[in-house]
Design a protein around this ligand. Structure first.
Ligand code: HDE
Length: 754
């Protein structure tokens, strides 16, 4: 639906000045409350609408003169104005003063949480034929207009983040990831401000400052940076059993995503969808990545943090630059209001998920991120989200965590921007028209015409007018609320271990081992024995007795003899919780290193590179040094990376083609042997052709029958070799399958963290 062809009941309310009233988006250019025309002449919103609005404020200095902020051309920007060549600087030097003042003021407070992040533009598009099961049409669920028309693309901006670290911290730390999307809809902005894990640590917004104080660097020495592995966090967590479910997620591979484009997103809270008839249903929002969910291993994350602290940030921009637009499916879990009590948990409790075994996720549309920002500060740093930004058709629940967030985000933006006008910054400005009587404050951009900035008024025809619900006005759902003022926690919020156990039960053995290793690391960094003990006895032993014992053994705590008193006995599982069940059969965008030097086997390289690229993998030639390399038959390739810039941790798979001279040269390089050994240790697929297999023999890969002589195990390990060129096609098929599997956990299930 577009602004122009909106149904009658959504037209502005009838008054004498009706003829003058512009459509809901500011495309007409008349009486636009926003600075700048945002969309097509017909007022229609499409995927370019935000782009066009931003075009108004984009600046390009190519071929231009350097000027002051006020437009005066500058003759010399290197030397300040002085009284004599060696004399003091003169106050009159307006160019010096302006340049230095701008510099002195160019940082703003970083976000108190989620400071480290990155973002991209894109669009959201409802599905043509949504699989809505009992609902034929999404309009039965919600009147949100941007969800209705499969031909309409709504612009979005998404910011991904870590939570704990400061703005300059590394990307690959163990942490929750933020997943916040601003939809610039024709009815105003909707911000879906979620995480990559569906539960949360606490149940009430009152506890948030305590949680954040506990997990941030400790207040006396500001150590450690971007880590939960320290006393104050585990002290807090061990005293709050409600954190247990989320702790399981935090200890799992979910906290080490391979890429932002390979992680799920969740709205976390229960929200409401409301249709035209005013019927409301509870909803949980899910983002499902098209490329599946994939993780890094712990040892790898530590090395990447040194080798490339911008690993996830860079990955997002690299794939967009290379033409692969990351995509997620938006899905909803719907619960009828009168069925809300059928669960053994409270829908308003944000430490709980709705298991997909109980309510399936219904896909309703997709998001594609296809454009990187032009300026990190103007767009990624200044984008400001607020869960209170909703549009008609989407409403809140009484989740006490969500209710508190509705205050906090508006407030925190005042701190970050120093002004209530943060919504006027281009990246935050809606495409929908804005008209109201707010027209002052620091850094006001809009120039509101007219005398009357109050209501009611007769001077300005009483404009701008309030809209009825039928005209698109936001009406809060008239939920009946009746209660006494009370400061306590509902009885229905008191069970904390059942879903933590569900999560544990749903993991594969390597995933369980990962959680155990992660807990041993985290608690191993905790100095106080009583905190380690409390976590094992009061939390983990109430999730699963074996789990608690396995952790205890690694951290010097006496393993508990009996299961905890509150440990649920159920053995329920939900397959959707295991990342292993979410690895798709595609190698699209996986980064594959081809290790070679002069004298490589031309045919091996050309055939494997084209076969892998056909599957949309990103193949990079890694040679001992940069420059051209010549094959045995005279073909040349250019090295994308050298052994000084590339390490195996930056790739998803490794391939060693044949060619005697090439392999001989590689074998002499310690870095090459390390490359292959480390890729193996991190369970990555490894392929070798011809003489390349000798390189695998020269490095020590445990349990692999590289020689093909029947010695050693024959089970699949993700190491694929080929000695006979006649079997190259079969090799390629097998290698592609091995890459699609992502990691080969079966190599050594007791050494998952590597
Ligand atoms: Fe946030 N959170 N949060 N949070 N949050 C912020 O807002 C807060 C919570 C989330 O990329 C802050 O603009 C409170 C849950 C994301 O810019 C702040 C509570 C979820 C981002 C704030 C929560 C989130 C934030 C800091 C408990 C998942 C980054 C800067 C009541 C559903 C957005 C800012 C971006 C950022 C407060 C809990 C997600 C201080 C009080 C639950 C993705 O306002």
């Amino acid at each position: 639906m577009t602004a122009d062809d909106s149904p009658d009941d959504r037209e502005p309310k009838a008054t004498d000045s009706d003829a003058d009233r512009a459509p809901r988006t500011d495309g007409s250019g008349t009486d636009s409350g926003s600075a700048g025309t945002s969309d097509d002449a017909d007022g229609e919103i499409d995927s370019d609408s935000k782009h066009e609005q931003l075009e108004e404020v984009r600046e390009n200095a190519e071929g231009e003169y350097l000027t002051t902020d006020h437009g005066v051309r500058v003759t010399d920007t290197d030397n300040s104005l002085k009284a004599g060549e060696r004399g003091p600087t003169i106050m009159e030097d307006f160019h010096f003063r302006e340049k230095m003042t701008q510099f002195d003021h160019e940082s703003i407070p970083e976000r108190v949480v989620h400071a480290r992040g990155t973002g991209a533009h894109g669009y959201f598009q409802p599905y043509e034929d949504p699989d809505l099961g009992e609902y034929d049409d999404v309009s039965e669920l919600t009147k949100a207009s941007f969800l209705q028309d499969p031909d309409q693309k709504t612009p979005v901006f998404t910011r991904f983040s870590t939570v704990v670290g400061s703005r300059g911290s590394a990307d690959t730390v163990r942490d929750v990831r933020g997943f916040a999307t601003k939809f610039y809809t024709e009815d105003g902005n909707w911000d879906l401000v979620g995480n990559n894990m569906p539960p949360f640590f606490i149940q009430d917004a009152m506890e948030f400052p305590d949680l954040v104080h506990a997990i941030k660097p400790e207040p006396d020495d500001a150590i450690p940076q971007a880590a939960s592995a320290h006393d104050t966090f585990w002290d807090f967590a061990s005293l709050k059993p409600e954190t247990t479910h989320m702790l399981m997620w935090l200890l799992s591979g979910r906290a080490l995503p391979r890429a932002f484009r390979m992680m799920q997103g969740f709205g976390v809270h229960t929200f409401r969808l409301v249709n035209e008839e005013g019927e409301s249903r509870f909803v949980k929002f899910h983002w499902t990545p098209k490329l599946g969910t994939n993780q890094l291993v712990w040892d790898e994350t530590q090395k990447i943090a040194g080798n490339n602290p911008d690993f996830n940030r860079e990955d997002l921009y690299d794939v967009i630059d290379e033409g692969y637009a990351p995509e997620w499916e938006l899905g909803v879990q719907i619960v009828e209001e009168d069925e809300a009590d059928r669960f053994d948990f409270d829908l308003l409790d944000p430490t709980k998920i709705i298991p997909e075994t109980e309510v399936p996720v219904r896909p309703i549309g997709k998001m594609v991120l296809n454009e990187r920002p032009d300026n990190f500060f103007a767009e990624v740093e200044q984008v400001a989200f607020h869960p209170g930004n909703v549009v008609p058709g989407i409403d809140f629940s009484n989740d006490p965590l969500l209710q508190g967030r509705l205050f906090s985000y508006q407030d925190t933006q005042l701190n970050r921007f120093g002004s209530a006008n943060w919504d006027e910054i281009p990246i935050n400005r809606p495409i929908a028209e804005r008209h109201n009587n707010q027209r002052a404050g620091f850094m006001r951009q809009e120039i509101n015409e007219g005398k009357a900035s109050y209501k009611p008024n007769s001077i300005g025809d009483d404009d701008p007018q309030e809209a009825t619900e039928a005209e698109g006005g936001y009406e809060h759902r008239a939920e009946r609320v009746d209660g006494r003022k009370i400061r306590n926690r509902s009885e229905s919020f008191q069970e904390h271990f059942s879903q933590a156990r569900l999560f544990w039960n749903s993991m594969t053995e390597p995933e369980k081992q990962h959680i155990v290793e992660a807990a041993r690391f985290e608690l191993g960094k905790v100095e106080r024995t009583e905190i380690r003990e409390r976590t094992v006895y009061d939390l983990f032993n109430n999730v699963d007795h074996e789990f608690a014992k396995r952790v205890a053994e690694g951290i010097g705590v006496e393993p508990p003899e009996e299961p905890g008193d509150e440990m649920p006995t159920h053995d329920r599982e939900d397959p959707s919780l295991s990342m292993e069940n979410r690895t798709p059969e595609t190698i699209e965008t996986r980064k594959i290193a081809v290790l070679l030097d002069d004298g490589f086997e031309d045919d091996h390289v050309s055939r494997t590179v084209s076969a892998l690229e056909e599957e949309n993998a990103r193949v990079k030639i890694v040679a001992p040094a940069f420059g051209e390399r010549e094959g045995a038959d005279g073909e040349t390739v250019e090295a994308d990376e050298s052994l000084s810039t590339a390490e195996s941790v930056l790739f998803d798979a490794v391939l060693v083609p044949g060619g005697g001279d090439s392999v001989d040269a590689l074998e002499k390089q310690g870095d090459v042997r390390h490359f292959v050994e480390e890729a193996f240790k991190h369970k990555k697929p490894i392929g070798a052709l011809g003489e390349g297999t000798e390189l695998l023999e020269s490095v020590d890969l445990p349990d692999v029958d590289v020689a093909g002589d029947g010695e050693g195990p024959t089970e699949p390990t993700g190491v694929v070799t080929c000695r006979d060129d006649g079997e190259l096609d079969a090799f390629l098929e097998e290698f592609v399958d091995a890459i699609a599997e992502h990691r080969h956990w079966e190599r050594d299930s007791t050494d998952v963290s590597a």
